[in-house]
Design a protein around this ligand. Structure first.
Ligand code: NAP
Length: 271
C-alpha cells in the first residue's frame, strides 16, 4: 500500500501518525507532505523524517489520497475555510481533532468523505487506542486505508454511531491521564513509606505494565484477577478496604461521567 498522505499540523499527534505510517511502510517518504504554520516544527519534521513540508495547507492536500487533520480545535475554523472547495470527492479526510463532529467537518469542508478518530497518546509508541467513525460517503476501500493507518499506531476500533466517540474520549482518550495520576499517587505513597524514589518508580511502572499485559493475556475477568491477589485478612484486602471507604470506584465513575459530559458539550451535543 503506498498512499499519498497530507498532514495538516505536524505536532505531537501528527508526528506520531507520520512515524507509524513510515514505520509500517504504508506510504513512502516521497508520498508524504506535512503542512504546519510553525517553521521550527516543519524543520524538525523534515530533518527527522525526510518528508516534504510546506506552510501552505492548500498545497499539501493537492493530489493526496488521505488528508489528516491534526491541528488544535481552535485552528479548525481557519483550516476549514482554507480547504473548502479544494478537495476532490475521492480524497479522504481523517480528523483527529477532539470535539469536531462529522457534520461540522463535512459542512465546513464541503466534503463528504470524512472520518473522525479519537486516538490517545500511547499512539506515539505504537501502543495507542483509536476509536473511529465514518461519514456515509466514505468508501469501503477508504475504510481499509483508515484501519491500516490507525492500526499502525496500535489498536483501532470502528464504531457506526458517533455517540461512541464522545464515550471513547472520556475512556481511552483521557484514560492515559487517569492511569498516570494513579501511577504518580502510587509512587508518592511508596516514597512515603520509605522506598527510594527511583526504586518506587520502577516498581510502579512494571506493576502497571505487567498487570495490563497479564489481564490482556489471561482473558480472565478483572475482578477475578483482583481476587487472586487478595488473600482473606491479608495486606491487599486491607488496602482495598481503604480504597472502598474512599469510594474509589464511585469517584472513577464520576470522573468518566464528567469527561463524557464535557466531550458532548464541546462537540455541541451536550445539554
Ligand atoms: N495529544 C493528545 O492526547 C490527543 C489525543 C486525541 C486527540 N488529539 C487531537 O489531536 C490534535 C492535535 O493535537 P497535538 O497535541 O498534536 O497538537 P500540537 O502539538 O499543538 O500540533 C498542532 C500543530 O499544528 C500547527 N498549526 C496551528 N495552526 C495551523 C494551521 N492553520 N495550519 C497548519 N498547521 C497549524 C501548530 O503550530 P503552533 O504550535 O505554532 O500553533 C502545531 O505545530 C488536537 O486537535 C487534539 O484534540 C490529541
Amino acid at each position: 500500500m503506498n498512499m499519498k498522505i497530507a498532514f495538516i499540523g505536524g505536532g505531537n499527534m501528527g508526528e506520531a501518525m507520520l512515524l507509524a505510517v513510515l514505520d509500517k511502510g504504508l506510504a513512502s517518504r516521497e508520498a508524504i507532505c506535512v503542512s504546519d504554520v510553525n517553521q521550527a516544527r516543519r524543520e524538525l519534521i523534515q530533518q527527522r523524517y525526510g518528508v516534504a513540508t510546506t506552510d501552505s495547507n492548500r498545497q499539501a492536500v493537492h493530489g493526496a489520497d488521505v488528508v489528516v487533520l491534526a491541528i488544535k480545535p481552535q485552528n479548525l475554523a481557519d483550516v476549514m475555510a482554507e480547504l473548502n472547495g479544494q478537495l476532490k470527492p475521492r480524497q479522504l479526510v481523517l480528523s483527529i481533532i477532539a470535539g469536531a463532529r462529522l457534520a461540522t467537518l463535512c459542512a465546513g469542508l464541503d466534503h463528504g468523505a470524512v472520518v473522525r478518530v479519537m486516538p490517545n497518546t500511547p499512539a506515539q509508541i505504537g501502543e495507542g487506542m483509536s476509536v473511529w467513525t465514518a461519514a456515509s460517503e466514505v468508501a469501503p476501500g477508504q475504510k481499509e486505508q483508515v484501519a491500516s493507518i490507525l492500526g499502525a499506531m496500535g489498536r483501532e476500533v470502528f464504531v457506526d454511531d458517533e455517540k461512541y466517540i464522545d464515550m471513547a474520549t472520556a475512556v481511552s482518550g483521557s484514560g492515559p491521564a487517569y492511569v498516570f495520576l494513579f501511577m504518580e499517587s502510587l509512587v508518592e505513597a511508596a516514597v512515603h513509606i520509605g522506598l527510594p524514589r527511583d526504586m518506587a518508580r520502577e516498581m510502579v511502572m512494571q506493576t502497571v505494565i505487567g498487570s495490563a499485559r497479564f489481564a490482556g493475556k489471561s482473558g480472565k475477568p478483572l475482578a477475578e484477577l483482583r481476587k487472586m491477589v487478595t488473600s482473606p485478612g491479608g495486606t491487599t484486602a486491607e488496602a482495598l478496604l481503604r480504597l472502598e471507604k474512599g469510594d474509589f470506584s464511585g469517584l472513577v465513575k464520576q470522573a468518566v461521567i464528567a469527561a463524557h459530559d464535557k466531550a458532548r458539550k464541546l462537540g455541541g451535543s451536550g445539554d
